[in-house]
Design a protein around this ligand. Sequence first.
Ligand code: G1P
Length: 291
Amino acid sequence: MIKPLRKAVLPVAGLGTRFLPATKAMAKEMLPVVDKPLIQYAVEEARAAGIEQFCMVTGRGKTALVEHFDIAFELEATLRERGKTAELQALRDQQLPPGAIVTVRQQEPLGLGHAIWCARAFIGDDPFAILLPDDLVLADTPCMKQLADAYAETGGCVVAVTEVPHDQTNRYGILDIDSDDGRLVSVKGLVEKPKPELAPSNLSIIGRYVLVPEVLRYLSCMERGAGNEVQLTDAMARLIGQVPFHGLRYEGTRFDCGDKAGFLEAQIAFALKRPDLGPAVRAFLRKYATA
Ligand code: G1P
């Protein structure tokens, strides 16, 4: 029987050094794309996939991430007094039920694998999703929903994948492909950040995963991999052959919001989709494109 997917882990302990000084006193996951912080996109995407329980793996200076999902009593009272019902409703919509978020601290930046291991008590014996808020996906069907649907078919582990230019394999976890039907890829190996000449393919993992709890057993070995960090990819690789393991070519466009150019592109792409902003943004883009 395939266990239902109800839990998600959000690793948010990173220092955000690439966005200094913006991230000096503010969590990078609070950076907005148009008018919504990255963390909210991740939570909304997970909820659209049926996720009910969240664990944020945080660090110092990250309290705003939890505050963001709390009831802002004074703010709500003021909005009500002023008759700002649309704004009030928007706040209500983003609120999570009481007890839906827990946090754990990572304390030391030892890698993504270590961050996930920090959530072991939350994960328990259940399958779980991981969303890396830096990766933002613009899609008709939310990316995590696509992944959850694939998981309901296959069970085991499912990761969202996309092709990257060959010279960029050293930035991602890369799949060694067993078979490929154009949508679902059966995986026979995984390599974290291989040099282009050593990469088994150019199919890369993006920050969306559905994993089985057994991955924790391998994470607890704390073996160091690429960049001398405890790599999630290495622990996942050890599950291959034990449980079904698939890559899903999701439908949608992924933006790397951990990168300045990717973050700016996301702003434009998301703004163009908005009925209230699209026309104005399209007009000024034309102006700059011809300048
Ligand atoms: C992490 C993972 C990598 C994955 C990437 C997706 O790398 O280790 O396998 O491809 O996220 O964004 P990071 O971006 O933390 O270096």
